[in-house]
Design a binder for this molecule. Sequence first.
Ligand SMILES: *Cc1c(COP(=O)(O)O)cnc(C)c1O
Length: 317
Amino acid sequence: PASEKVVKGIDSLAVSNLRLYCDPSCKKLKSAIANRYGVKDSQVFVSNGSDESLKFIFMAYGQKGVVYSDITYGFYSVFANLYSLKSTVLPLKEDFTLDVNGYLNQNKLIVIANPNAPTGIELDKEKIELILQTNKDGIVVIDEAYVDFGGNSCVDLVDKYDNLIVVQTFSKSRSLAGGRLGFAIANEELIKDLEKIKYSTNPYNVNTLTQIAGVMAIKDDEYYLNNANKIIKTREWTEKELTKMGFLVLDSKANFIFAKSDKISGNDLYLKLKEKGVLIRHFGMERIKDFNRITIGSIEQMEVLVNKVKEILGELK
Ligand SMILES: *Cc1c(COP(=O)(O)O)cnc(C)c1O
């Protein structure tokens, strides 16, 4: 759940104040995020979920075309199509790691989810720096939705590279998906561009209650760090159990794992687990159709998953 500080922050005064418009500059929230990440307030942009930051980035910088990988977060191609931007879709390598060579000297809008979804695989920071150095005339977006589950953030590179935008969200590690809060950290000139688009489309994009929830969540960093650590431990346990049953589990730095059985197809496993009341995610795309994405829940939930998978494998002849 969201932290107690968030729950207490949304009090009756806050609700009663909903008669007023929210602060369009999101001053307190920006300041809290800037402090937490060691940047200036002017280097932070806040949005209605990180999807909105991404949407504004595509609107602002996509004209020369957009580059992203064949297996990644689905919204990149949606935004590219919505704004009629030319997409260069680069295939991941056979092992689902990213082949940096394709990303060099593109000088377009490059978007990389790191850790990636739905694979959970992290790309080294040195490789990201190489991409930044060889795309001086293009914007490079690192979408760090899952970074708090064991990844390395690129926030500390925003002063070194004026073409870098790091996007993060409160939806995953900070348990605020329904509050809709995301943010971007970058050089302040890029933040000004995003502000210009926001003020031209939706000045009150982050509502009063969500601004409060965001400030309170930042104040309870320790709570979320502890939750993320629990999820990492549970992820490692689940990986071990599935591997024992013959699964190939990709090396995940996210709050999910991407796994393939040597005994049952991805779709059959998904359907059989659904019959038993456990929902995992199957993607129809050819390259990943043998895999399933399994979200890490509580240890009790993961024990249920492991037991149901055992049952299903036992029922195969
Ligand atoms: C969940 C997710 C988002 C969007 O998150 P919101 O902040 O809820 O809009 C963006 N990118 C990736 C890779 C995600 O997994």
